[in-house]
Design a protein around this ligand. Structure first.
Ligand code: SAH
Length: 233
C-alpha cells in the first residue's frame, strides 16, 4: 500500500512539475546546456546571463515558440536577431567585465545589447533603421533594460561617450570603420563579422594594445546582414 503512494506521488510530480515550471525558462536552460555549454562556450558569466535574458520577448510573437532554437530569426525590416550561439561566442571573446563601457553597432532586436547589460557593462547601442531604433527604445524602457540607444549610422561611433573598452559590430562589414578604431581605448577589444557583406564573413577580434597597435584573431565563419550607410560607400 505504502509503495502505491510513493509511485502515485512520483507520477503526479512528474506530470505537475513541467506545468508549474516556467516553460520559457526550461527552454532557455536547454538552449544553454545543449547549444552553448555543449559547444565551446566556457565563460560561466556568459552562460549565466544567457540563462536569464528572456530571448522570447525579443522576437515577433508568432516566432516565440522557436525563440530558443539555435538559429537567427527575422525581426522585421529585413533584419535578423543572431543565433544564440553567435551572441554567446562574440560576448565570450570580448571578455566583458562589470562597469566596462561597451558600444554596439546594430541594435536590431536589442538582444545582444541586453546580454551585455546583464553582465553589468554600460551599454551604448546605435541602430540605423528608424523603425527598429524607436521600437527597441520603447522595449528597453518597458522592460527596464539599461541600454542607451541612438538612431544613427554607427560608422561614426558615438563621440560623446568615447572612448570605449569594447566595441561590437553586429552587421557584416568589408572593412573596419576608422572612427570606431579611434574610439577604442588602449587595451580595448573590437569584434566584427568582416568580409563579404553579401555572403560569409570571418568573425574578427581586434585587440588594441597600450601603444594603440592593433592585432587580429580570427574565429571562424559567420553570416550577418550587411552594415549599411557609409560602410557601403
Ligand atoms: N544585435 C542585433 C542583431 C542585429 S542585425 C540583435 O541582437 O538583435 C543587424 C542590425 O544592424 C540591423 O538592425 C541593422 O539595421 C543594423 N545596421 C546596419 N547597418 C548599420 C549601421 N551603419 N549603423 C547602425 N546599425 C546598422
Amino acid at each position: 500500500m505504502k509503495l502505491h503512494w510513493v509511485v502515485l506521488s512520483l507520477l503526479i510530480s512528474c506530470w505537475i512539475t513541467p506545468i508549474l515550471a516556467d516553460d520559457w525558462e526550461s527552454k532557455r536552460m536547454e538552449m544553454v546546456r545543449q547549444d552553448l555549454a555543449g559547444r565551446d562556450i566556457r565563460d560561466f558569466e556568459v552562460l549565466r546571463v544567457m540563462g536569464t535574458v528572456p530571448r522570447h520577448l525579443f522576437v515577433p510573437k508568432d516566432l516565440q515558440s522557436i525563440a530558443y532554437a539555435d538559429r537567427p530569426l527575422p525581426i522585421g525590416e529585413g533584419q535578423t536577431i543572431s543565433q544564440p550561439y553567435i551572441v554567446a561566442l562574440m560576448t565570450q571573446l570580448l571578455k566583458i567585465k562589470p562597469g566596462m563601457k561597451v558600444l554596439e553597432i546594430g541594435t536590431g532586436s536589442g538582444y545582444q545589447a541586453a546580454v551585455l547589460a546583464a553582465l553589468d557593462a554600460t551599454v551604448y547601442s546605435i541602430e540605423i533603421r528608424e523603425k527598429l531604433a524607436s521600437r527597441v527604445k520603447r522595449f528597453f524602457q518597458k522592460n527596464n533594460i539599461a541600454v542607451m540607444v541612438k538612431n544613427a549610422d554607427g560608422y561614426h561611433g558615438w563621440k560623446e561617450h568615447a572612448p570605449f573598452d569594447r566595441i561590437i559590430i553586429t552587421a557584416a562589414a568589408n572593412h573596419i570603420p576608422r572612427p570606431l578604431l579611434n574610439q577604442l581605448k588602449p587595451g580595448g577589444k573590437l569584434i566584427v563579422p568582416l568580409g563579404s557583406t553579401r555572403f560569409y564573413q570571418t568573425l574578427t577580434l581586434v585587440h588594441m594594445d597600450a601603444q594603440r597597435k592593433a592585432s587580429v584573431e580570427y574565429h571562424g565563419s559567420v553570416r550577418f546582414v550587411p552594415m549599411v550607410g557609409k560602410a557601403q560607400n
